[in-house]
Design a protein around this ligand. Structure first.
Ligand code: BT5
Length: 260
């Protein structure tokens, strides 16, 4: 029997001050990011989380599709950060996913720059951050996180890179409620420590699997091939092409292929 998910079960004794102080649980929706954006526009408090048990119109980056069949997790959190913290939101969210997976399953997950979380080289989570700015200030950011729990990639032949789910990797059942609670707690801890020092950046960088490997980075106007040498505090990837030039690549408009 599938575990029951509810806002009450997610919020009970959660112990966070901001993230998850209000949770909206929808058994089924189009896209939690769309719901969260509407909630944010209507004035929802920072930290409000929208969780769905199934998405019918889940969004990836660059107008791609994200699959959330029943039994998986789609979650979006509304934040209202100062603009200087925007580049760190992907660090906060991807590292929080890595830590939550570690806590709940014991599995070691790694980050594929910019926005994927992998286990054993297979994608287990994708993150889509959407920012709403007005005249240089942030109205809100929506952090959308999709995690595969009970997911069989064979059902989706259109998924182009290797994918997996936590239950297949762990070899047993995973509590979605536990994972969501751990994720919200880890997000809060990391989010609140932004700006204090470089701890979030340093820890995130240690979890990025892309460094020191050869990569192909595709954007609309160019394809770069080279060595991923470093990652900046602004989240940009530094790629050294074979002619010796160092290129700084920003996440927004690129896809990345790791060459093995
Ligand atoms: C992402 O895009 O990986 C961001 C996914 C964000 C999903 C969350 S769920 C909660 C919130 N609400 C939303 O509507 N979205 C967010 P991208 O890097 O563009 O990767 C998309 C590609 O991953 C697709 O084109 C497929 O090839 C592949 N894909 C789709 N569903 C997948 C899945 N469940 N597991 C692994 N790969 C998948």
């Amino acid at each position: 029997m599938r575990e029951e998910i509810s806002a009450e079960r997610i919020m009970k004794d959660l112990g966070t001050g901001i993230i998850g102080r209000s949770v909206l649980y929808l058994p089924e929706t189009g896209s939690t990011n769309e719901v969260a954006r509407a909630e944010a526009r209507a004035g929802a408090a920072e930290g409000t989380a929208v969780v769905a048990g199934l998405q019918t119109g889940g969004k990836g980056r660059l107008k791609r599709t994200w699959r959330t069949p029943e039994g998986n997790i789609a979650l979006s959190v509304i934040l209202r950060p100062p603009k200087v913290h925007l580049p760190q939101l992907i660090m906060v969210s991807s590292l929080a996913v890595v830590r939550a997976i570690g806590e709940v399953t014991g599995l070691e997950a790694r980050i594929k720059w910019p926005n994927d979380v992998l286990i054993g080289g297979k994608k287990v989570c994708g993150i889509l951050i959407e920012n709403d700015l007005h005249r240089g200030t942030v109205n809100f950011s929506v952090i959308g996180i999709g995690i595969n729990i009970s997911f069989d990639p064979a059902d989706y032949p259109d998924i182009y890179s290797p994918a997996t789910g936590l239950e297949a990797e762990a070899g047993g059942g995973i509590s979605r409620v536990k994972l969501i609670r751990s994720l919200l707690r880890n997000m809060e801890k990391l989010y609140l420590s932004l700006g204090e020092d470089d701890a979030v950046y340093d820890d995130w960088k240690k979890s990025v699997a892309t460094l020191n490997s050869r990569v192909t980075v595709s954007s609309e106007d160019e394809v770069l091939e080279g060595l991923a040498e470093d990652i900046g505090r602004d989240g940009s990837l530094m790629v050294r092409t074979d002619d010796g030039t160092l290129h700084r690549v920003f996440a927004g408009d690129v896809t990345l292929r790791r060459e093995n």
